[in-house]
Design a protein around this ligand. Sequence first.
Ligand code: NI
Length: 387
Amino acid sequence: MSLREVCQNMAEEIVAWRRDFHRHPELSFAESRTASVVAGILRQLGLSVQEGVNGHGVVGELVGAAPGKRVALRADMDALAIVEETGLPFASAVPGVMHACGHDGHMAALLGAAKVLAGMRERLRGSVRFIFQPAEEIPPGGAKGMIEAGALDGVDVMFGLHLWSEYPVGTFYTALGPLMAAADMFTITISGKGGHGGQPHNTVDSLLIASHLVMAAQHIVSRQLDPLQSGVITFGQLQAGSAFNVIADKAELKGTVRSFAPEVRDLLQHRLEQTAASMAELYGARIAVDYVRGYPAVINHEQEARAALAEAEAVFGKEQVGIMQPNMVGEDFSYYLQKVPGAFCFVGAGIPEGPVYPHHHPRFVIDERALPLATEWLCRMALRYVG
Ligand code: NI
């Protein structure tokens, strides 16, 4: 039987796992039932299983008959605080919690790969590590703690995937370098001195300073960043003042900074803080910048990304596989790729006859035909190194 047939024959079982996870979603850092289901299946397959890694993380190890490389494959486990509106027969049984990002499918596809590869154990040279990670959705994320707990020790190469509703089922995309941006957040608080709208000379106008600051920050990307690099500074919120004839004593700005290269990320943060400090000096206000770093950018390793594309062509067909533009969604797979070579990829899961709802939407659905395809690709990635 071909690998394709083996995976397709497992489709029903993979879908059943996915629906079970879907029906019993758990929030980030609270994936206890999910973890015990995952661990139970991995144990049944004869893998050595470690539970309670960084909270609810589960690591399964499949050791082949002969020594060789170690490949890691990862799925994330958490759901979101969303009230599900899909009306599916296996919709969430937990009020206010929903697998609205496809992580239920990631786990099911990876369990499928564990089962297929466990059946080939005698033919494997090397080992495959199955990493089920908690809390991808909420910074600081689960990946960092998994690494600190040793999940990557001895790993030579690593792959992960995200099902993606905005790509139709049967397609596969990744990038050879930057794939997903670093997404940071900031709050800038300007404390001036309020007063009468007709007597500005007795005040420090925080609203006016905030306006200057928003304008000045536009120089950072347009004039201080190499035009061949990419980055964004967006102010999404500005709050100041309470009446038309009163000078505001306080202003608060909130925004986000997105970047790919670490040096760009440092530059944007540093310049933003510097701009705020000089505004404070210039206008005599107190300005505090609270800059919070989200996940770093997901940067694929070129050689491994090419390997991922090559295996994907065998699964999805050459026409259905391609290079994608980086997107600005955050993903903590970035931490793994800072430690070991590997690649993160997008597996199309959109229902061709639509409607397509984006990830994190109450009506988010996936086309389950993507699951055995994802399983097949995961198996191929492992076999490429230990087959
Ligand atoms: Ni996700």
